[in-house]
Each structure stands twice: as structure tokens, then as C-alpha cells.
Ligand binder design. Sequence first.
Ligand code: ATP
Ligand code: MG
Length: 351
Amino acid sequence: MTGYRIALIPGDGIGAEVLPPARALLDAAGRRHGVTFAYDTFDWSCRRYLAEGAMMPDDGLRQIRGHDAVLLGAVGWPGVPDHVSLWGLLIPIRRAFRQYVNLRPIKVLDGVPSPLRDATGVDLVVVRENVEGEYSEIGGRLGRGTEDELAVQEAVFTRRGVTRVVEYAYTLAESRGNHVTSATKSNGIVHTMPFWDELVAEVAERHPGVRSDKEHIDALAAKLVLAPERFDVIVGSNLFGDILSDLAAAVAGSIGVAPAANLDPSREFPSMFEPVHGSAPDIAGRGTANPVGAMWSAAMMLDHLGHPEAAADLLAAVFGVLADGVSTADLGGTADTAAFTRAALDRLGAA
Ligand code: ATP
Ligand code: MG
């Protein structure tokens, strides 16, 4: 038996509704492969922020530092500005635990309608740089309210920061389709993006078996809609990766099925797994949320912890239920969260 201690942060709205189903599948898949989980639940959320003035306690990072992984539902709530949940929880965790890879697999699934006429064969991964780049706090505003008002925002790219995430993307491609597409904009952004391109070329040289493409972000966005099946691994900066992963998830169908991992590939710190969707206040409290994104995120966690067979079992059960035509309302189905979860658990047990 291998045992892990997981920090659960259900968060707000449907975040708290999709984590218990993900946990149930995790336990069931683990049981079949001799893996057990113990959980500690943390109430860090916008609800906590509204009651106590902070998303998490001062020593929050210390409290979860020793866990093997973090499973997060979603944070965000009307009346709480996005920057509070981002800078009060998500970004501190990503940065303190050096989760410099944001990984978003995108697959067109049987039973999940895509807005594209023909989306067959879409199976790609967006690797987003997760701790530096355009999302920096460096900059400021001058002359507020005057005719000459201006704002400056600096992007920070480091040799170490770019090289390690690009290296991750190339290594990942070697376990998939041997193809990496780098998102750039070196024709318009004349300092950071040429630097990015040079570092990508250096890493590419170390992986001669991988086909390398470079695309400007504008053209890449268009191709992702017109021919998404041509991509395998896409690597991009914090901003470009953010945009591309939402775009690619939309191409694949509902945001409710999309998973994400924030990884510290060195495994020195816990990595964090979370569905891509937010807290969805419009449907929260009804028990109708789609738990697939959270379940898929749990499978990524199993994989990261070194149990790819358990992860594959979990995913096969979830994808199998979808392919059988069982789905939640966001996918046009009639199952509620509990019914979908039961079907996935049954299938996992029967597999
Ligand atoms: P954020 O502030 O992070 O954008 P959000 O709460 O606005 O989060 P989104 O993830 O942007 O939510 O989702 C937009 C809408 O899509 C939701 O309001 C909801 O109607 C629907 N949706 C998202 N995730 C799910 C899900 N898991 N199940 C069902 N519907 C979902
Ligand atoms: Mg939204």
C-alpha cells in the first residue's frame, strides 16, 4: 500500500460540489491499485475572505507545504474582485511551491459536443509558463486623471524560467506525438519574445527527435480553431498560455470538462490540481455541476504521484460514461452531479 496526504481546498460555489465526486473516484481508482489517500480540508475561499478578510491564514502555505498534493475546486465569488482570489490564494501557492508548469490537456471526447463542425482527432496539451512573464507586479501608473495619464507593465522572462518550462514541454512531447509548437510574437514584442525564441531553439537542439514549430500568437489562435488536430504540445508564456488554453478548451467543448495541473516537476513542493472552470455562481447550490473537470484533474494528480495505471482507469470510467450518453446539463444531458458520479463509480467498479 502506498499512502498519500492530500490538501483539499473546495473553495467557492460549484468548486465545493465537484471535489467530493473527484475524491470518491480517486479513492475508488486508488483502491484498485493499492494506493490510499488521507485528506485534510481547508476552508480557504472568498467566503472566508468576506468573513475574515483573507482568503487563507497567514501561515497557510506552511500548513499545506508538507502534503503530497493539493486538490482545489474553484475560488471566486460576486462582490470579491478577481485579484483577491488570484493574489490572495492561487498565485502565492503557484509561486511559493514553484509550480512553474501549468498543464492543460485538451481532448475532444465522445459525448461532448464541440462548437467545431469536425473536431475529430483533437488531442493536445497546452504547457503554460506559470510563475513569471507578463503577469508581474512591476509597473505603475502616472498622472491619474490627466490628459497625459499612462500605465506601464513590465514582463519578466528569465533564462532559467523559460528554459525549464520549455524543457518540460519537449520531454512531454517525447512521450506523446513528438511535436512542439512554441507560441511567440517576436515580430511585435522585440525584447522578451526574441529571447523566448532563442531559448526554445536551445532546448529544441537537445531534443532532435521532436519536430519544432514556431507560430506567432495571432496566427496560432486562428489555427487552433481551423485545424486543432494538427497540434500535439503547445508551449507558451504565462499570458499566451492562459489565452490558448481557454481557447483550446472551448474548441473541445464545455469548460466543465477541462482539467489543469500546476506542477513543480522537481517534486520538492506539492503540485496543485484544479478544474479549469470557476465557481459558477449562476448554477451553484443546485447539485447540477459537471464534475468531469475535477475528476480529470484528480486523474492528473494520480499520474503525477506515479500511478499512471490508476489514472488511466479513472479516466476510462469517466470518458466511458460520457460516451454512453450520460452527461450533465451543460453538455445537454439530464444527469445531476450525483447521478454522473454514481455512473462513473459503477463503471470503475465494473471495469
Ligand atoms: P471565473 O471567474 O473563473 O471565470 P466563473 O464562475 O465565471 O469563473 P466559468 O468557469 O467562467 O465560471 O464558467 C462560465 C459558466 O459556464 C458558468 O457560469 C456556468 O454556467 C458554466 N460552467 C462552468 N463550469 C461548469 C461546470 N463544471 N458544470 C456546469 N456548468 C459550468
Ligand atoms: Mg467566467
